[in-house]
Design a protein around this ligand. Structure first.
Ligand SMILES: [Zn+2]
Length: 275
C-alpha cells in the first residue's frame, strides 16, 4: 500500500537559491508545512556520500534541483513494473531492492543508503523493472528528476558517479543471490545487520522480526532463532524491535565473506568509504 504523500520543499522552485542576498539565510531555511516543520539546507547534500564527493560547484548546481522528502518505513518507492520517474539520494533513510516471486515470496537483493542512490538504471535506459523499491529504515532523502539533474550535470561528473554506482549495485545483487542460496541464515543475518549499520553510519536502528524475515527471505521463527544466537554470542542486543550492534568485530567474524566482498568492491569502484 502506498503511503500518504509527504510534504516537500523545493528550494529552486521557491526562487530562493538564485537570489544573492538569500545565500547564507537559505542554508538554515525552515519551511513550515501543513502537518510538520521540515528543515531544509544545502548541507543536507553532504548527507549523501555520492553527492558529497562532487566538487563544490557541481554539488551546488545539483543541490538547487533537489527536493527534500521524508520516507516512511514500508513506503513503496516504486512497485514492480511501475515506471521510476525520479532519482533519489538517501541521507538518513535506507531503501531495499526486493525481488518477488509469482508465489508471493520476497527477498531483498540490494540495499541502498547514504552511500548510493535509487534510479541509476534511468541512465541505462532501464525502463520498467519487476523489482520493488521500498523503504526499510525511515528517514530523509533528496529527490530530483533525471532530466533536470542531467541537464545541470554540465561536466558529466554526476553521470559518471551514478553509472559507477549502478555497477556496484549489480555486483551487490549478484553476490546476494549466491549468498541467499549458499550461506546459513545466521551468517546472512550478521551480514545484513552490518550492511544496514554501514548505510546509516550508526549501530542502532529499528527492525521488526517480520520485516527482518522478509528481507532475508526466511521464515520468521528461523530469523528469531538466528537473532537470538547473535544476542547470546554478545554481538547484538535486540529488544522491542530495536537492534544495537554491541560487538562489531565479532559480528564481522560471524558474517559470511559476502560482506567483505561487497564492501571492498564498493570502496574500490567508488573510491569512497563505506562503514
Ligand atoms: Zn554470504
Amino acid at each position: 500500500m502506498l503511503s500518504a504523500p509527504t510534504p516537500v520543499v523545493h528550494l529552486a522552485r521557491l526562487g530562493l537559491l538564485g537570489h544573492p542576498s538569500w545565500g547564507p539565510w537559505v542554508r538554515h531555511l525552515i519551511v513550515h508545512t501543513t502537518d510538520r516543520t521540515m528543515p531544509a539546507s544545502l548541507e543536507l547534500v553532504a548527507g549523501n556520500r555520492l553527492l558529497a564527493s562532487l566538487p563544490t560547484a557541481a554539488c551546488e548546481r545539483i543541490a538547487a534541483l533537489l527536493t527534500l522528502r521524508h520516507v516512511g518505513r514500508g513506503e513503496n518507492i516504486s512497485a514492480p513494473w511501475e515506471p521510476l520517474t525520479e532519482m533519489m539520494f538517501p541521507t538518513s533513510s535506507v531503501i531495499s531492492v526486493v525481488a518477488e516471486t509469482a508465489e508471493g515470496d520476497s527477498v531483498e537483493v540490494g540495499t541502498i543508503g547514504r552511500e548510493g542512490m535509487v534510479g541509476s538504471t534511468l541512465l541505462l535506459d532501464g525502463g520498467l523493472s519487476p523489482l520493488r523499491m521500498m523503504c526499510q529504515i525511515e528517514g530523509d532523502a533528496l529527490t530530483g528528476t533525471p532530466e533536470d539533474l542531467m541537464e545541470a550535470d554540465v561536466d558529466g561528473l554526476l553521470r559518471s558517479l551514478v553509472l559507477r554506482y549502478a555497477n556496484t549495485l549489480l555486483v551487490q545483487a549478484s553476490i546476494t543471490a549466491a549468498c541467499n542460496r549458499l550461506h546459513p541464515l545466521e551468517q546472512r543475518a550478521a551480514r545484513w545487520l552490518l550492511t544496514i549499520s554501514d548505510r546509516l553510519d550508526q549501530p542502532k536502528f529499528d527492525l521488526t522480526h517480520e520485516f527482518f524475515a522478509v528481507l532475508l527471505g526466511a521464515q520468521r521463527p528461523s530469523v528469531t532463532i538466528a537473532a537470538r544466537e547473535l544476542q547470546q554470542d554478545g554481538l547484538i542486543t535486540y529488544h522491542r524491535g530495536r537492534v544495537e550492534i554491541t560487538h562489531r568485530a565479532g559480528l564481522r567474524a560471524a558474517a559470511c565473506g559476502c560482506y567483505a566482498t561487497i564492501t571492498e568492491h564498493y570502496v574500490r569502484s567508488m573510491g569512497l568509504p563505506l562503514g
